[in-house]
Ligand binder design. Structure first.
Ligand SMILES: [Cu+2]
Length: 157
């Protein structure tokens, strides 16, 4: 009787320990799963830890962009503005389509586009943009292939 009592009472704590370990295991697993998922998806607004990696990524990319000088050329219905742009080598030129129609930036001459192949940037829709970094000094002429009266010149010093 006494031994049965001991073994009986010894079994209950064992069950309780097993239950405690299972609960702890589930909680730990749940936390690990939560943080791994939160890092992977990067969408959960409740996790403050994940806001650090995207912030550093943005910092590094924005500082890299800041190191590259940029110039913007607008394309409107009246053509490229400025039509002639003088820049230093290494400058990134961005063309913004505000013409209200599909357009292109392509190297002269029209229609062969053979002067400078990297300048054959092709189509861009209204509100879209194209860009090219000019590394070598020279004079680069281009045009809108869909409206070849719209022309421009990039002078790289
Ligand atoms: Cu053309």
């Amino acid at each position: 009787m006494a031994e049965e009592n001991v073994s009986y009472s010894a079994k209950r704590p064992l069950w309780q320990w097993v239950l405690v370990y299972v609960v702890i295991g589930l909680v730990v697993y749940g936390m690990v799963y939560y943080f791994v998922l939160a890092k992977k998806e990067g969408k959960n607004p409740n996790s403050p830890a994940q806001s650090t990696p995207p912030a550093t990524t943005e910092e590094s990319s924005s500082s890299a962009e800041a190191a590259t000088p940029q110039e913007v050329i607008l394309l409107t219905a009246r053509g490229f503005s400025p039509a002639s742009l003088t820049i230093k080598a290494g400058t990134k030129v961005i063309w913004v389509n505000q013409a209200g129609a599909l357009a292109t930036v392509d190297s002269n001459p029209h229609p062969a586009h053979t002067d400078y192949q990297p300048l054959n940037l092709g189509n861009f829709k209204d509100k879209e943009r194209l860009f090219l970094t000019f590394d070598k000094p020279g004079t680069y002429k281009y045009h809108n292939h869909l409206n070849s009266g719209q022309t421009g010149t990039i002078i790289v010093q």
